[in-house]
Design a protein around this ligand. Structure first.
Ligand code: 9RB
Ligand code: ZN
Length: 370
């Protein structure tokens, strides 16, 4: 496969300050330490792709900065201009929820992240590559039209989707968000839009804690074009693949998109500090295989995978590299962590997980988009 690949050094310069989840504050007992979303995790993914030699099999695609006009297709002017203003301040600003700080000059990096998404999706649509992966940063799936949150400033997936719809004549786009957190921003942006099917598979009530329920399905003309697959904590390889094959793949086959964009958080990985799922590099490779198979049947294999979250600096690189190797059709990279986790209880589909996923099938099958 001719697989596109996006990375830029400035993604590794995204400055979240110090503190962990919230900014350090001794009055709250919060000691300074590298923020959980420190960009080194994404840089280490890129460096594993480079050092392993996987990069030799990929087509490098250079990102550009998304223009203000491109951002405004998705976001309100107040949001874009506030980020721009705060980025000009000596110490930067916050994406919108007080827990998502960024340093001076962050506007430029956030535009480069959205522009990296545009560049990859455009190359896939134009057939310059068959599929591709963009290790972009900051992430985007929590960013709503009116404000950022959850470490996300601009909704990269949404900006790229609008770009190919407006500029390249693409109609139906499916977004599969396997980040362990709910893709609430993407869902909100396309809530009433039947041209974009948003699917989010996530740990139930992980973040945000008040969205991502099965009952959320879109509204107006977009009714039925949002799909949520909330999983119990402790879901692993078996549960993820069962949910993909029973719910997500059938919905994609019914919708028949012209392009599939994956919002690829790697924080469902077993070593992630921000969630409690048990996915391994093999899980991510197998989910990629499922997406490639359905894409091969419905949209000529057009799949663009865009980085979202992922907070284990040790394990994220192996999960990302496994996805990229699967996209490119090359040998998987040896994952030294598998030896530690193999055989752990919860890797196979547990009876309660099967029951809950079957229930999601029952509740959603009648409203699959067509
Ligand atoms: C804090 C809150 C967060 C913020 C972001 C994430 C993960 C994002 C991600 C998880 C929890 C709230 C610190 C709310 O990876 N997305 O893909 N917590 N945010 N209140 N407080 C005090
Ligand atoms: Zn996440």
């Amino acid at each position: 496969m001719n697989t596109g690949y996006v990375w830029h050094e400035l993604y590794g310069w995204w400055d979240m300050g110090s503190g962990g989840l919230a900014p350090a504050d001794p009055r709250m007992g919060l000691q300074p330490l590298a923020h959980w979303a420190h960009p080194d995790t994404k840089r280490r993914l890129h460096e594993l792709v480079a050092v392993s030699g996987i990069i030799e099999s990929l087509t490098r695609i250079s990102p550009r900065k998304a223009t203000e006009e491109e951002l405004l297709r998705v976001h309100l002017p107040e949001h874009v201009h506030r980020i721009q203003r705060e980025s000009d301040a000596p110490k930067g600003g916050d994406a919108g929820d007080g827990n998502s700080p960024f340093g001076a000059g962050g506007y430029e990096i956030a535009r480069l992240s959205a522009g990296g998404a545009i560049a990859l999706v455009e190359a896939v649509v134009q057939g310059k590559v068959d599929n591709g992966y963009a290790v972009i940063n900051p992430p985007g799936h929590h960013a709503r039209s009116d404000h950022g949150m959850g470490f996300c400033v601009f909704n990269n997936v949404a900006v790229a989707t609008r770009h190919v719809q407006r500029e390249l004549g693409v109609g139906r786009v499916a977004v599969v968000d396997w980040d362990v957190h709910h893709g609430n921003g993407t869902q909100q942006i396309f809530w009433e839009d039947p041209s974009v099917l948003t699917i989010s598979i996530h740990q139930e009530r992980c973040f945000p804690t008040d969205s991502g329920f099965v009952e959320e399905s879109g509204a107006g003309r977009g009714e039925g074009f949002a799909l949520n697959v909330p999983l119990a904590p402790g879901s692993g390889h078996g549960a993820y693949l069962y949910a993909m094959s029973q719910v997500i793949v059938p919905a994609l086959r019914a919708f028949k998109p012209e392009l599939i964009i994956v919002a690829s958080g790697l924080d469902a990985g077993i070593h992630d500090p921000l969630a409690r799922q048990l996915a391994t590099s093999e899980t991510f490779a197998a989910m990629t295989r499922q997406i490639l198979d359905v894409a091969g049947d419905v949209c000529g294999g057009k799949v663009a995978i865009l980085q979202e979250g992922g907070y284990s600096p040790h394990y994220v690189p192996f999960c990302g590299a496994a996805i990229i190797a699967e996209l490119a059709g090359i040998e998987p990279l040896f994952d030294p962590y598998l030896a530690v986790t193999a055989g752990s209880r919860g890797f196979d589909l547990e009876p309660h997980q099967r029951r809950e996923i079957d229930q999601i099938v029952d509740e959603t099958r009648s409203r699959y988009p067509g």
